[in-house]
Design a protein around this ligand. Structure first.
Ligand code: IDP
Ligand code: MG
Length: 145
């Protein structure tokens, strides 16, 4: 599998609980390296822009309201099959349906406060990484080492 990049967001509930380190540790032990990391308190406009694909969904307003309720950590993760690997580590959107041992099963309280965001495809990952980071903000690793 190829080295890919994906966008991860640690949502406000993760920061409220103080589990940035625990989540990052799961990424790192699974071979996903952060290549850009930033704390950010999203504005309404930034959250709406990021979730624009969900604009027509009934939960859009609640989603934007939750995502702007406190600071988040936005990061770009890189690694073998990073998009799928991150989604596996995250677990299903609804924490009640998430597999045991996934981030959402272990830490998330509800489908709104579900602790992490992860890009769902390589194409969306490119768009989402570019939404938050300039190319000059991404560090490079030598994966052949
Ligand atoms: P994902 O985060 O697992 O990719 P999406 O379907 O892309 O899930 O939805 C984006 C976010 O919107 C979810 O993480 C969740 O917080 C919220 N969301 C999705 N579906 C619902 C719902 O049915 N009710 C409330 N919130 C939802
Ligand atoms: Mg999604």
């Amino acid at each position: 599998m190829a080295i890919e990049r994906t966008l991860s967001i640690l949502k406000p509930d993760a920061l409220e609980k103080g589990i940035i380190g625990k989540i990052l540790s799961r990424f790192e032990t699974s071979g996903l390296k952060p290549i850009a990391v930033r704390m950010q308190h999203l504005s309404k406009q930034e959250a709406e822009g990021f979730y624009a694909v969900h604009k027509e969904r009934p939960f859009f307003k609640d989603l934007v309201s939750f995502m702007t309720s406190g600071p988040v950590v936005v990061m770009c993760l890189e690694g073998e099959g990073a998009v799928a690997r991150n989604r596996e580590l995250m677990g299903a959107t609804d924490p009640k349906k998430a597999d045991k041992g996934t981030i959402r099963a272990d830490f998330a309280k509800s489908i709104d406060a579900n602790t992490v965001h992860g890009s769902d495809s390589a194409d969306n990952a490119k768009i989402e990484v570019a939404y938050f980071f300039r190319s000059t903000e991404l560090v490079s690793y030598d994966w052949k080492k």
